[in-house]
Design a protein around this ligand. Structure first.
Ligand SMILES: *Cc1c(COP(=O)(O)O)cnc(C)c1O
Length: 228
């Protein structure tokens, strides 16, 4: 049976999150987004059976296929880089984590308006400045936030980041703290619902929670290696 060790692993992860939350002292609630990319619909079912109601996918088409095959009710998070021509499909998600430009914001707002909904989004921040990563530079957060304030079809729920892979702890902390600062900028620009901090993956979620993460995106430690 696939994913048979999931309940035990999840229980340990929840303990670790709780300990990190206490150490960090930010007092936030933390939710796990189960990253099911490359796995089949059975991974979503296994997650839901353990009480994980939030599922993350990084590719739109793969997510849509899985949505069609999954019968349990879960909240679908789009966690990967999003191209403007996929904006319409993005309205199928409960939360879009990768908003990283004015042009994408405009495309998403248009799609949400056409769909008759308000779309929840997170502003992705590239704190470390790695060229390989999406996200706006910290200095671009305020101008993007000002533009987003003109788009009522989008509701800014907070900030998201991907930390450099395998970086030293100090680099990770700076990245997460910078994302926390970006969230403060969003709030200061009038986005009162910008309370979420989506940061932390299998390798760095404890540090992320210490730094205030409210959503940790976990794949490998829940479902095993992906063989990508
Ligand atoms: C794949 C992915 C994750 C999960 O990564 P793991 O290291 O397997 O936990 C988290 N966030 C994003 C954006 C991803 O693409």
């Amino acid at each position: 049976m696939p994913f048979h060790g999931l309940p035990g692993r999840l229980s340990e992860i929840r303990d670790r999150i709780e300990a990190a939350r206490a150490r960090g002292g930010h007092g936030q609630d933390v939710r796990i987004v189960a990253v099911t990319k490359t796995h089949g619909p059975d991974a979503v079912a296994a997650a839901a059976a353990c009480g994980l109601g939030d599922v993350g996918e990084n590719k739109v088409q793969e997510a849509l296929d899985k949505m069609a095959a999954v019968t349990v009710p879960v909240r679908w998070h789009l966690i990967g880089h999003l191209q403007r021509n996929k904006a319409k499909a993005a309205t199928r998600f409960a939360l879009v984590h990768g908003l990283d430009s004015v042009r994408l914001a405009d495309a998403l707002a248009r799609a949400a308006t056409e769909a008759g909904t308000v779309l929840d989004v997170l502003v992705q921040v590239n704190v470390s400045g790695e060229a390989s990563k999406s996200g706006v530079a910290p200095a671009e957060v305020a101008p993007l936030a000002a533009h987003l304030a003109t788009l009522p079809a989008l509701r800014v729920r907070g900030a998201m980041t991907m930390a450099p892979y395998d970086a030293p702890e100090g680099v990770l902390r700076a990245c997460f703290a910078g994302t926390r600062a970006a969230r403060a900028t969003l709030v200061a620009e009038g986005h009162e619902h910008a309370q979420a901090l989506s940061m932390g993956m299998s390798g760095d979620y404890e540090i992320a929670v210490e730094e205030g993460a409210t959503l940790v995106r976990l794949g490998t430690i829940l479902f095993g290696t992906r063989g990508e």
